[in-house]
Design a protein around this ligand. Structure first.
Ligand code: FES
Length: 250
């Protein structure tokens, strides 16, 4: 294992501060939170963006470019678009100095998503799960009946349309990414609740616009209303096997 090397004096790193250093020929960012000093590789695993200016909160640092977050202690990727962690380094404080060396098992654990079935609901615009029957009346508490063949076919058409919308960062469609939470149809309009991989995702407005256009191209859809919801927050376990294959996550 590499020896500890002195990289800075403790006085150079105030509480809440950060310092760029080099450890074992690797650019490293020191981050001080209270009495803890963390040392992380200063490069986002998504596209190499330095994390130097990333916001720190709740023990995590955010990539200033696309919003991925990493756990300061373990380097684990906490949200997309990063799917792999970053290296972390051991830190020792002694003799007024900050010493660091690569941690054993230098590559932090990657996210390991688990497949779940995406909920798709065809029903009234109020968001209930009663399948639409073509009328736009109020919802009842009557037992839910199986969707008709025509309704199933429209579900499939709407899903297929939304599969044409590709996340520009990940190059995977929004359905397989698990961004689409529900689709309701009232016989005229489609109502979609969808989310983003991160609240700071810069592609949000573009995805909303493209989803709306994709649905409105269908003969049955006069208007598509796309709503961004952040609850529940998106997580990688919402991705399909196809999305994981595309992203090279196993
Ligand atoms: S470069 Fe960091 S999230 Fe894209």
């Amino acid at each position: 294992m590499a020896e500890f090397e002195r990289v800075a004096s403790i006085g150079e790193l105030a509480d809440g501060g950060r310092l760029s250093v080099v450890v074992d020929d690797t650019p490293v960012l020191l981050v001080r939170v209270g009495s803890n000093v963390y040392a992380i590789e200063d490069a986002c695993s998504h596209d190499g963006q330095p994390l130097t200016d990333g916001a720190v909160a709740a023990g995590q640092i955010a990539c200033p470019r696309h919003g991925a977050r990493f756990d300061l202690a373990s380097g684990k990727a906490m949200c997309m678009p990063a799917t792999e962690g970053i290296r972390v380094f051991e830190v020792e404080l002694r003799d007024g100095g900050i010493y660091s060396r690569p941690a054993s098992g230098t590559v932090s654990p990657a996210l390991v998503p688990v497949a779940v079935e995406m909920p798709i609901v065809s029903g009234h615009s109020c968001g209930c799960s009663t399948p639409a029957s073509g009328e736009s009346g109020t919802c009842s508490s009557a037992p839910v009946s199986e969707p008709s063949k025509a309704e199933r076919s429209l579900d499939e058409k709407m899903l297929e349309a939304l599969r044409q919308v590709i996340d520009p960062e990940l190059f995977v469609n929004i359905v397989d990414l698990g961004l689409v939470y529900s689709i309701n149809y009232d016989g005229e309009r489609a109502y979609v609740d969808m989310t983003l991989t991160s609240p700071m995702c810069p592609a949000g407005p573009q995805l909303v616009q493209q989803a709306k256009m994709a649905l409105e191209r269908l003969r049955e859809v006069n208007e598509a209303v796309i709503k961004i919801v952040m609850t529940p927050p998106w997580s990688p376990d919402r991705m399909t096997d196809e999305a994981r294959d595309q992203l090279g996550i196993f």
